[in-house]
Design a protein around this ligand. Structure first.
Ligand SMILES: Cc1cc2nc3c(=O)[nH]c(=O)nc-3n(C[C@H](O)[C@H](O)[C@H](O)COP(=O)(O)OP(=O)(O)OC[C@H]3O[C@@H](n4cnc5c(N)ncnc54)[C@H](O)[C@@H]3O)c2cc1C
Length: 386
């Protein structure tokens, strides 16, 4: 399906302002996966957002992903991230898809019949998600067996397949030589942990997954042995970081909108003056806007660099996610101050945004790890420590 980016984003905006907004409150209050939003996105042909055109998708790149997640994230950070993680998983499958993988995964994804997601994090390695300990054991030339444990799998229990990182198949493989396989939902030996009940991002369904000798067809292996670093810096990091950057940028914009709304409409009886007329507050709101806008421009710039094949894009992509984490936490905090006691009341929209924003720093790669990566790269050292 050929649809230009502006038209595609208009469609996403329509869905965001109706369905996503409509269920956002219940998603947060009830820790409910944003089912209606995700299903509508799939039904409207957006499941194949990053699937290549030749496989029936919309063929969008990183800039499109950032903007789509931003639009969704402004209404519900969980919906932004659930859609984003589906796109990240899809991009990983698409990067080096075999004929089988195109037919079996990409085409159904493009048709809105298949949802995928990413399972990287593990309890044993936490923020260092690029050192998976899950084992991928060779059973025969046609089959592998998976053994290990994943945590915080967004869309957990909801997706039709899971892109799972593992140690390299080769027993001699180094720690960083991980592999990725696509595991179909319902495979025997997949055991889900309890429902997700986080303090924020409550719609994510970010659940734990135990993998007890799960059989996986060898044809579900993504790429080849030795592709790991290529995957990490060409696909995983760019798409994963950008899905989060877009989502948290949308969240920051939502917080700004709340503060602006309050300032526009709050008028004191004793003076007849509106908060919008106070010069100090005008200055503070202006500062917030500038913070969001410079983060937005950094994110878009990083995406354009990547989409045009610029090899240095990764530095801007890494910076984007670190900066957006600071941006959204600071903007929500300041928006709460500008909105006074009303925002501090239970059940305010800003309360949800405050809880959701806190995840931006801790979702891997975490802010501290990202700045360390940047420093290493700038000092001409390999980004990942050995
Ligand atoms: C809402 C939510 C959704 C998520 N969704 C997904 C998902 O879809 N897929 C997925 O794979 N994972 C997902 N995650 C997992 C997330 O990426 C993990 O929280 C992350 O891996 C951190 O792991 P940890 O909690 O074990 O932190 P820890 O590893 O215990 O780290 C604690 C702190 O120590 C810091 N730290 C550790 N090592 C260093 C170092 N060398 N230098 C500087 N600081 C360091 C970290 O930055 C962090 O701040 C999600 C998490 C959340 C909260």
């Amino acid at each position: 399906m050929l649809m230009n980016l502006d038209k595609t984003l208009d469609l996403i905006r329509q869905i965001a302002e109706s369905t996503v907004r409509g269920e956002a409150d219940a998603v947060d209050k009830e820790a409910r996966w944003p089912e209606q939003s995700m299903r509508q996105l799939q039904q409207e042909g957006l499941g194949g957002f990053v699937v290549p055109l030749e496989n029936g998708g919309l063929g969008q790149g990183l800039l499109g992903l950032a903007q789509a997640c931003e639009i969704l994230g402004e209404e519900s950070a969980s919906a932004g991230l659930c859609f984003g993680m589906h796109c990240v998983g899809t991009a990983m499958i698409a990067a080096k898809a075999t004929a089988y993988q195109k037919k079996h995964f990409l085409e159904p994804i493009a048709a809105g019949e298949h949802l995928t997601t990413l399972a990287l994090s593990e309890p044993g390695t936490g923020a260092h998600f690029y050192f998976p300990q899950t084992q991928l054991l060779s059973v025969s030339k046609d089959e592998f067996m998976l053994r290990g444990e994943k945590t915080f799998v967004t869309n957990g229990g909801q997706a039709d397949s899971y892109v799972i990182s593992t140690m390299g198949v080769d027993p001699e493989a180094m720690q960083h030589e991980f592999s990725c396989v696509v595991v179909e939902a319902g495979s025997q030996g997949m055991n889900w942990g309890k429902d997700w009940d986080g303090i924020g991002m409550r719609g994510n369904s970010s659940r734990s997954l135990a993998l007890k000798d799960v059989r996986v067809p060898a044809r579900n292996l993504l790429g080849e042995q030795g592709d790991q670093l290529w995957y990490m810096f060409q696909v995983v990091a760019p798409y994963f970081l950008t899905a989060m950057s877009g989502t948290y940028l949308g969240l920051a914009q939502a917080a700004f909108n709340q503060a602006r709304e309050h300032m526009m409409h709050r008028t004191y009886r004793h003076s007849g003056m509106s908060l919008s007329q106070n010069q100090l507050l005008q200055h503070r709101l202006g500062t917030l806007w500038a913070k969001i806008e410079r983060t937005r421009q950094l994110i878009y710039h990083a995406c354009r660099q990547y989409d045009s094949g610029d090899a240095s894009a990764i530095l801007s992509i890494i910076s984007s996610k670190a900066e957006v984490a600071h941006c959204c936490v600071e903007v929500v905090n300041e928006a709460m101050t500008l909105s006074g006691g009303i925002a501090y009341r239970d059940n305010s929209r800003l309360e949800t945004l405050l809880r959701d924003a806190r995840a931006a720093h801790i979702m891997a790669p975490t802010t501290d790890v990202l700045y360390t990566w940047l420093g290493r790269a700038l000092l001409e050292q390999p980004i990942l420590e050995s």
